[in-house]
Ligand binder design. Sequence first.
Ligand SMILES: [Fe+2]
Ligand SMILES: [Fe+2]
Length: 198
Amino acid sequence: MRKTTIVKDFKEIVNHPLFEEWFNITKPILASREFQKRKLIKHHDDSVFNHCVEVSFEAFKMAKKSKELDFYVCAIAGLLHDFYPEAWQYSESLEKLDESYRMRFLPNYKGSIANIHGFVHGRKAMENALKFYPELMNDKIANSISRHMFPLTPIPPKYKEGWIITLADKKVSFANMPSFVNWPKYLGLESLLMTIKK
Ligand SMILES: [Fe+2]
Ligand SMILES: [Fe+2]
């Protein structure tokens, strides 16, 4: 199992011919304090930061291959698609963050089926993105973020760019999670099992 780390080999991305263009779009988010905190929030066996960079760059590359797609939307929505406000997996690195980021692990946290990560984090990420980066957002980005978990969540993305985010997210997630045993974890169904066991 890989450890959550802030050190990731992004050599492939940094050396890619599209890197400069992608970086010029995403720089304000990547450099911001709030997004840097995602290095301390676990995403399966990686960090939210690393996962979001991979999805953003993958979506950007896909968009650049088509003249119809808005590559700015794909870069920003990809980067913020999992920008939910609180962690849903515990890791020691969370202790370095304010308590609000580890709400779920506090003794008074009451989880419910209606609050299962896989179903709600798209909407929460969209709301959080609007809170922290309103000047970078637009309707296409907001919709693409909030609906990225389709088909787990029933309403599909409204825009083509949203479909690209959904695809890029699954491509990156499954590439980093080769064993199907981990699929329920990816889909957020692990929290459903935990809720039922309570
Ligand atoms: Fe997600
Ligand atoms: Fe994701």
